[in-house]
Design a protein around this ligand. Structure first.
Ligand code: DX5
Ligand code: ZN
Length: 220
């Protein structure tokens, strides 16, 4: 069985109690904290930045996975690295120089990755596979939590899984959007190993019950 990771998205957490929320979700079994950064330009919503990343950093020992939905990308990368991010992903359409941005993230000591929207073609992978630590497939259009999973994403996950396997490299394959207890196993069967879930976890009173149920589905 692959090394599956559950990555709760704090987009659906209670921002008035964020420190407590991240501590609770890690105690409930989260492997990674997924941190959604939206700029009201690349996506039509506005969320949180490096200051909030820095504020939650002392509360958790697990990696913080910063999903940048911002344009431009580069100038914010060092700020997130300094704020304690471990993984930084960005959308290739939002960067003028994708290779440079990937290198910048790595030079700042973080794992680097590309994010693919439902309609973004995979050709962006063509010349940068050796600079990727993670590939994130969006199963909703980015901008909001609580949307429905787009089933077409499963084919894309499978195509990326094949490319990762062919590369022989250890690249995480993350899926983000509409992941729930009911569909997490479908995403795993397609080849994902890291599962972002916002509303499915933070929308329920007991985070451990949800995370345990997700792991049970992954073990079947
Ligand atoms: C959407 C974000 C997701 C979102 C997932 O733009 O990137 O991380 O928070 O939320 P759910 O799991 O509710 O779809
Ligand atoms: Zn996200």
């Amino acid at each position: 069985m692959p090394n599956y990771r559950i990555a709760p998205s704090i987009l659906s957490a209670d921002f008035a109690r964020l420190g407590e929320e991240v501590r609770n979700v890690v105690a409930a079994g989260a492997d990674i904290i997924h941190f959604d950064v939206m700029d009201n330009h690349y996506v039509p919503n506005l969320t949180i930045g490096p200051l909030v990343c820095e504020a939650i950093r002392p509360h958790v020992q697990v990696p913080i996975d910063v999903h940048l939905m911002v344009k431009p990308v580069d100038h914010i990368v060092p700020d997130f690295a300094k704020a304690g991010a471990n993984i930084i992903t960005f959308h290739p359409e939002a960067s003028e120089h994708i290779d440079r941005t990937l290198q910048l993230i790595r030079d700042n000591g973080c794992k680097a990755g590309l994010v693919f929207n439902p309609a973004t073609p995979l050709h962006y992978l063509d010349h940068v596979m050796d600079k990727l630590d993670i590939i994130l497939i969006m199963s909703v259009n980015p901008g909001f939590g609580g949307q429905s999973f787009i089933p077409e994403a499963l084919k894309k996950i499978a195509a990326v899984r094949q490319r990762i396997d062919e590369s022989g490299r250890d690249v995480m394959l993350e899926v983000d959007g509409g992941i729930k207890i009911e569909n997490i196993a479908d995403a795993a069967r397609a080849g994902a190993d890291t599962f972002v879930a916002g509303s499915a976890i933070f929308g329920k009173p007991d985070y451990k019950t949800v995370i345990d149920a997700m792991r049970e589905k992954l073990a079947q």
